[in-house]
Design a protein around this ligand. Structure first.
Ligand SMILES: NC(=O)c1ccc[n+]([C@@H]2O[C@H](COP(=O)([O-])OP(=O)(O)OC[C@H]3O[C@@H](n4cnc5c(N)ncnc54)[C@H](O)[C@@H]3O)[C@@H](O)[C@H]2O)c1
Length: 354
């Protein structure tokens, strides 16, 4: 632990009742029990208080504020007390953004503007501000691996809104020297991810004996990182010296493309359906989801060189941990299944559940 890390700090985490935020909170709470943690979360359909353990919720070092990142006053009051700000709150589901994009731009762009402005206003207090961006800003890879200089060609409303937020942070750093760092994370997986996302959708479908539906050819690839590995990257960025990280963009990923078909087949192997039901992989032959990125893997040399970060959990090991969690926490996901699919209008005017 560095000197800086051993002092007690107040960490504001927006979106801390969602998948990534709650896992990062749990990681930090274990590692820095003397810090004070404040979670700001609107508890949309994607937020769940059960994502935050009872131990954390009962701790004197924890405060939960139900509120919206678009609310200037709430955001400003909380940022005024924070040494560190980690901004996750967002609308996050690509398919939902294709069905209706408006809330994505409101939350992801305007919400980020509120947080960045509050950081600027409270610049004497805030030491570091991590904006959690996504590799979706890059679009389909133009080279085998994507580094931070790859062009930004977002292909869905979700990706476009996150690109707006990402560039807004860059502009606020250039204009006001806010102490920001942008982390562009490739796909993440692990416990407490909503079953609308592909890995938990496959695992939960398999547990209840439904076929795993793969759209398009299933050949499109993603680079998946286990969520604890990204928590470690955030830890390193938060506690690094300012010269190394402030104003920078860092990719976080594994550099390995995994196809959707491979994931489906792995889930079939790892999960026995209850009651011996016979689900298999059902390939629905459609064109891919509109806005689907076909190839996507990270070049993470920059964060490795600057901070020594590299992933520690293989995809297969992370999958075992994730499968175990979903098997043991059925009551958490069962009532979310009704939201696992979204109707999307495809090019030919055909509506399909994705
Ligand atoms: N999950 C991934 O694979 C992945 C990869 C790269 C980047 N990201 C980014 O990580 C962040 C978190 O993603 P996630 O997967 O945990 O998403 P999630 O949907 O599980 O959680 C989002 C959280 O934000 C909260 N929220 C939404 N709108 C809000 C608002 N207006 N005010 C306050 N809180 C609000 C929700 O209640 C929820 O708790 C997002 O910024 C996302 O773009 C995620």
């Amino acid at each position: 632990m560095t000197n800086m890390a051993s002092q007690s700090k107040t960490v504001l985490i927006t979106g801390g009742a969602g998948f990534v935020g709650s896992n990062v909170l749990a990681y930090f709470f274990r590692k820095y029990p003397d810090y004070h943690y404040v979670v700001l979360d609107a508890l949309t359909y994607a937020g769940d208080m059960r994502d935050i353990t009872e131990e954390i919720q009962k701790s004197r070092n924890f405060t939960f504020v139900k509120g919206d990142v678009r609310d200037k006053k709430v955001v400003d009051d909380l940022v005024a007390k924070a040494d560190y700000v980690i901004h996750f709150a967002a609308e996050t589901h690509v398919a939902r953004s294709i069905a209706d994009g408006e809330i994505f731009f409101e939350t992801n762009v305007l919400g980020t503007e509120r947080v960045a402005t509050a950081v600027h206003r409270n610049r004497d207090k805030v030491e570091r501000f991590i904006h959690f961006s996504t590799s979706e800003v890059y679009g389909t890879a133009e080279s085998e691996l994507i580094d931070e200089n790859h062009p930004l060609n977002p292909q869905s409303p979700y990706a476009a809104s996150k690109t707006g937020a990402d560039r807004l942070i860059y502009a606020y750093h250039m204009s006001y020297q806010i102490p920001s760092v942008i982390i562009r994370s490739f796909n993440l997986f692990g416990p407490r991810q909503h079953p609308e996302k592909v890995i938990p959708r496959f695992i939960t479908s398999r547990i209840i004996g439904e076929p795993l539906t793969v759209h398009g050819t299933g050949e499109s690839q993603r680079d998946f990182t286990y969520v604890d590995d990204v928590a470690r990257a955030i830890d390193l960025v938060l506690h690094a010296s300012a010269e190394k990280v402030v104003g920078e963009v860092f990719n976080v990923g594994n550099g390995r493309g995994v196809s959707i078909k491979y994931i489906a087949n792995l889930v079939l192997k790892m999960v026995e359906p209850v009651n011996g039901a016979k689900g298999g992989v059902q390939v629905v032959s459609t064109s891919d989801r509109p806005g689907q990125v076909s190839r996507h893997a990270a070049d993470f040399k920059k964060i490795k060189t600057a901070l020594g970060w590299q992933p520690r959990t293989t995809f297969e090991d992370g999958m075992r941990l994730t499968v175990d969690w979903y098997k043991q926490n059925r009551s958490w996901w069962e009532d979310k299944l009704k939201m696992k699919q979204v109707p999307i209008e495809l090019k030919k005017g055909r509506v399909e559940m994705q």
